[in-house]
Write a protein that binds this ligand. Structure first.
Ligand SMILES: *Cc1c(COP(=O)(O)O)cnc(C)c1O
Length: 395
């Protein structure tokens, strides 16, 4: 056999690409806004083309609005939320430094694991899943451990709980600690005020409340985070996610207009992110937050009618994602598969400690709409009837 002979005698004989029309009401991704999908297909540009750099600059300005920050270092990172999470941890911590992490869910735990990979001393501040940290608990941990960085998850997608932020930024400054915040499931869906909350660094995702496909992830560094980055003694352990190098491409050297190549930006994803942020700005943040709340309230009322109950107390419950307790005797997985296979609706199961105990239902961005809520409730009712939990026969 020659080296040039075919390994496959024939090309694989699959059907052409034809994904089913799912309604995505899980923990993300949610359905992208149709205008965002259209933006993905716009004509390609080079990554140093002035026309593309203008699109990137506009994206950064829109992101500053959506995050409520004046931070100049506000960019979309190539990769999904976890890439931006890793970028924050890798750039803001050096080996041996203390990293205090709020672990009250799956994503807090992930932050800790990433901290260990850059040889930080990770201190896990634990709390039962579904609960949030009080200011006193955080103060006590800062006093005891004096960490260089504190990381919290604002909207814990694994539990449906929302961490209150009042007073935490001031505390961190008092203890000379950087405050890092995961806003993946909060950005544009519920109030986030990066500057007013004195958050030093934050990251987000595009496929949750921004209704954009996954592929890029917003990141912002405030002045204290940038100072830390500049005064590092060791190299950032990742080339791709070294924010000083990325800045020379995305922000220009010394804030100037000269941009140098670091990696090729995912051009069409940048179009999509710009369009998603543009749509959020067009709607206005306050209206968008209110819409998420109103649709969540209707959903919660409907759950009650079905005899279902959210896991998290109303005071700390996210409006973008609800964890619904699976009633005793009901096979949660079977309900998920009925919703998917019979109604084309995706909802999520529980992660970690909550596996088998909850469904995770997202009403995010474009999907936070009355018609989606009603469709979802009707499908839930039917699925619960099929598994014998309720007797109603309305549909
Ligand atoms: C989805 C999510 C992430 C991770 O984002 P990926 O896009 O899956 O990499 C991180 N944090 C929270 C709170 C999330 O919901």
């Amino acid at each position: 056999m020659s080296l040039e002979s075919f390994v496959y005698p024939k090309p694989p004989s699959f059907a052409p690409l034809d994904p089913p029309p799912r309604l995505l009401c899980g923990p993300g991704p949610c359905n992208p806004h149709p205008r965002v999908l259209q933006a993905l297909g716009a004509t390609e540009l080079g990554h140093l083309d002035p026309s593309f750099l203008k699109i990137m600059d506009e994206t950064k300005e829109l992101l500053k609005y959506v995050w409520q920050t004046k931070n100049e270092f506000t960019i979309p990172v190539s990769g999904t939320g976890t890439a931006a999470m890793e970028a924050c941890v890798f750039n803001l911590l050096e080996p041996g430094e203390k990293f205090l992490v709020g672990c009250n869910g799956y994503f807090g735990e992930r932050l800790g694991q990433i901290g260990e990979r850059c040889a930080a001393t990770v201190i896990r501040m634990e709390k039962p899943w579904g609960k949030v940290f009080s200011l006193e608990e955080i103060a006590e941990q800062l006093e005891r451990h004096r960490p260089q960085v504190l990381a919290l998850v604002h909207a814990e997608t694994s539990t449906g709980a929302c961490q209150p932020m009042q007073g935490i930024g001031d505390l961190c400054r008092k203890y000379n600690c950087l405050l890092l915040l995961d806003t993946v499931t909060s950005i544009s869906g519920i109030p986030v005020y990066i500057d007013n909350w004195k958050v030093d660094a934050a990251y987000a995702g595009t496929q949750k409340c921004l209704s954009c496909p996954p592929g890029m992830a917003p990141l912002t560094f405030g002045p204290r985070a940038l100072e830390k980055l500049k005064s590092r003694k060791s190299q950032v352990p990742s080339y791709y996610l070294d924010m000083s190098l990325v800045a020379s491409y995305l922000l220009g050297e010394n804030g100037g207009s000269k941009r140098s190549y670091h990696h090729t930006a995912p051009i069409n994803m940048c179009y999509a992110v710009r369009e998603a942020l543009y749509i959020a700005a067009e709607e206005g943040l306050e209206k968008r937050w209110k819409r998420h709340r109103e649709n969540a309230e209707v959903f919660w009322n409907g759950l009650k009618q079905l005899g279902l109950e959210p896991l998290v107390d109303k005071e700390h419950r996210l409006t973008s994602l609800t964890t619904v307790k699976i009633p005793q005797g009901v096979d949660g997985k079977e309900v998920i598969s009925i919703l998917l296979n019979e109604y084309n609706i995706e909802v999520g199961g529980g992660l970690g400690e909550l596996a088998g105990k909850v469904w995770r239902v997202g009403l995010m961005g474009y999907n936070s709409r009355p018609d989606v809520v009603l469709t979802l409730l009707a499908a839930f009712e039917n699925a619960l009837r099929k598994v014998g939990y309720i007797k109603s026969n309305r549909f």
